[in-house]
Design a protein around this ligand. Sequence first.
Ligand code: 5AD
Ligand code: SF4
Length: 466
Amino acid sequence: MNSEKEKQFDYMKKAGEIVKERASEKGRALTYFIQTFGCQMNAKDSEKFAGILEEIGYVATDGEDADFVLYNTCTVRENANLKVYGRLGVLKTKKKKNPEMLIAVCGCMMQEEEVREKIRQSYPYVDIVFGTHNIYKLAELVYDRLSSQKRVIDVYDEATMIVEDLPQHRKYSFKAGVNIMFGCNNFCSYCKVPYVRGRERSRKAEDILNEIKDLAADGVKEIMLLGQNVNSYGKTLEEPISFAALLKEAEKIEGIERIRFMTSHPKDLSDELIEVLKNSKKVCNHLHLPLQSGSSKILKDMNRHYTKEDYLSLVEKIKTANPDIALTTDIIVGFPGETEEDFEETIDVVRKVKFDSAFTFIYSKRTGTPAAKMENQIPEDVVKSRFDRLLSEVQNISSEVVKRYEGKTLPVLVEQINEQDSSLVTGRLSNNTVVHFEGDKSLIGQIIDVKLNECKGFYYLGSVAR
Ligand code: 5AD
Ligand code: SF4
């Protein structure tokens, strides 16, 4: 057994004894609440935290009136940081009412010295601070805090080890994220991720495949392979393996019916992957391919290593092999130096590619990144107006594109009861489009043939096919 793993299970037990004692003093179970900010990686990490906290004896609850509140933070855009500070402010009053409450913050923001300093100075009631490189230590940190009454701040500058097989509490019984790699080596000039998540490290294929087999045995039908740049998976392993080859292995696992992955950097997308997308029955008909900008000049300043033409010809190649594929993307508006012409190039790519959907972001200046030092930062009003134009272009195109299956019958994996109307269930097509149709909770986790009666912009209303 991995000795770090053993050590952490030991801490779970020791922390568990203290939690049990406190619960019996209070005459009720102690509760936890995790709020996740940011990407799928964070969502996955939060499932690991939930697993550890439950092993310790905490019971999940829905809001911040919990005995243990954990914020798993994101620092990609400044907004995300501001939200965390705002929420921490609210927690102060809650902690006054429940002085034994523990507050923990972790994740990407905590990798930044100035954030830690601010928390040290201005948020003395935060009990535990840890970063992205020691998430496996949560039980130890909880134990340290419970047994010493001192706040615990533990952040590593660099990644150390990948600790396998710690508990996880999955949010869904039928779908799961699976980390295949951590970190990023790309240093896009606007992005904080390489600084806060460290260098690229791939998990061993064997560990990944074993995890997927266990998930399948546990009833999971859909997996999402996670990495900042999955296309460079495996290159630095002792036994190198390509991402496409990993997909082919994952596909062999019985019980798994859908395989998704996030995120693909266009510069590393291989012909081998395009072939797998084309031939595989299980790899979903969807590719998220961040564009960021349509201007070759801006792309160069962003350090993206492709031009507008490279991107368009890659899309052409992908669509020729997979005419039905749903393409989605990320776009940043207002990168330093972006002129009206540069912005028009972005609009041009959006029109040519016809994305099924696009996440559009206003450029956020992040301290420590090369772009933050660039001249020509764009005035807010100009960015806002470009953002609005882009959004309406994206929405118009997407409502046309998404509609292409209207009237057809396609399989839907049912995910949940519809949030607005409890007579409906909500699920997704292989291409990730959302579908609502009449049904009840017995359908959750099943793949059902649904007739797509009507497209409502970015989703469908359907009915069970007979
Ligand atoms: N400003 C705005 N958007 C950003 N992203 C990353 N860094 C920034 C930033 N500084 C976006 C990119 C990336 C997505 C996850 O977040 O589009 O693909
Ligand atoms: Fe950030 Fe670029 Fe790495 Fe994506 S590929 S995480 S945008 S540096």
